[in-house]
Write a protein that binds this ligand. Structure first.
Ligand code: PLP
Length: 348
């Protein structure tokens, strides 16, 4: 059951789409659903507003919290569709299980999401390249500071119109001191704490003139894992390569979609370990043809330089390369320009 309380007045007309900063503006409504006494209550869609809570809020102390990120797009025919939301629903619940939180019921997530986007569909920008970023999240909401699992949880969805993501000249540093995740850890979840732990190493890399980090495995720092908060892919000697999923790597839905498209196109794709040595050798000898990050926010983010120790290797960012071909293909599916053969789009 979803209870809907509409905002008296929309704030949409006050929104300036030009120069929109990522994740700073929020649409008229939000969804909230509480878990307590061992069960989920009804879901509520209500005007976006501040909530009140005491400072003993469990999530603030122990970080029992996970989030998702997905996007709703304006179709060429004017309708609105969401990209692969069921995958986000499943992934949120995998995060929930690992973080000892209750799984969110499918109808609360899926019906709630559809209803919310339908209600705020005016917030889905018309311009191609823009979209409505959707942020579902789940956190512990009991009021106590004992270090044990919370008894109460809140699931919520907020949405934010976003412009085309342009990271500029992306230079990444191969990180060999810090790690984002470990075997047996929570790297495969979108746990809030994973991001908290990544900010310091990332800030250090920025001070050194880099845009992002290429994470390596925590044990030997010899395997390439991810790039910042994106999965990573290379074109080496004509072959598309990405590290295999493990409990240290976030299973990106963009990554999955790109692998699917590449295989459909008959490209040679390899999901397998990539060593730092191998990557540096490829960069040095000129067979590293492309490198890019993959994720919901930027979709495909071309990497133009890789720092390793004191060396900086330039990476080609060809205009007609695989990165831009993929970006175009995904964009065409998202706005309904090409047929959605895999039913990735959910119309609201
Ligand atoms: C969210 C995320 C990704 C990308 O996942 P998508 O589903 O493609 O958005 C990759 N790596 C990390 C660490 C992430 O948090």
């Amino acid at each position: 059951m979803i209870h809907i309380q509409k905002a008296e007045e929309s704030r949409r007309d006050q929104l300036e789409l030009e120069g929109l900063e990522f994740g700073k503006e929020f649409s008229d409504h939000m969804l909230i659903c509480n878990y307590s006494g061992g069960r989920w209550g009804d879901a509520y869609i209500r005007p976006y507003e501040e909530l009140k809570f005491p400072l003993s809020l469990h999530a603030l102390h122990y970080g029992q919290a996970a989030f998702e990120g997905l996007k709703a797009y304006r179709q060429l025919d004017g309708s609105v569709a969401i990209f692969r939301p069921v995958e986000n629903f499943r992934r949120l619940n995998r995060s929930a299980v690992r973080l000892n939180m209750p799984e969110v019921p499918e109808d609360v997530f899926m019906d709630g999401l559809k209803e919310l986007i339908r209600l705020d569909s005016a917030w889905v920008p018309d311009d191609e390249g823009m979209s409505l970023y959707v942020r579902p999240f789940l956190f512990s909401s009991s009021h106590f500071i004992a270090a044990r699992p919370s008894e109460d949880y809140m699931f919520a969805i907020i949405t934010s119109p976003v412009g085309p993501y342009y990271a500029g000249d992306v230079r990444v540093k191969i990180e060999q001191e810090f790690a984002r995740s470990t075997s047996g850890g929570i790297g495969f979840t979108k746990a809030a704490g994973n991001y908290a732990g990544a900010f310091y190493p990332t800030s250090r890399a920025k001070e050194q003139g880099f845009t992002q980090i290429i994470w390596t495995d925590s044990k030997e720092h010899s395997l390439i894992e991810e790039s910042g908060t994106m999965n990573i892919m290379f074109r080496i000697n004509g072959r598309m390569r990405t590290p295999p999923l493990s409990d240290r790597i976030l299973p990106g839905i963009t990554r999955d979609s790109i692998l699917f498209l590449l295989r459909e196109w008959g490209e040679e794709v390899q999901e397998g370990p990539i060593t730092v040595d191998e990557l540096i050798t490829a960069a040095r000898s000129g067979v590293l043809q492309e490198a890019f990050g993959m994720g919901t926010a930027a979709v495909v983010s071309p990497i133009s330089g890789i720092g390793f120790g004191d060396e900086l290797f330039e990476v080609p960012t060809p205009e007609q390369g695989m990165g831009s071909r993929i970006r175009k293909a995904l964009s065409d599916i998202r706005v309904g320009r090409t047929e959605d053969r895999n039913t990735w789009m959910l119309r609201v």
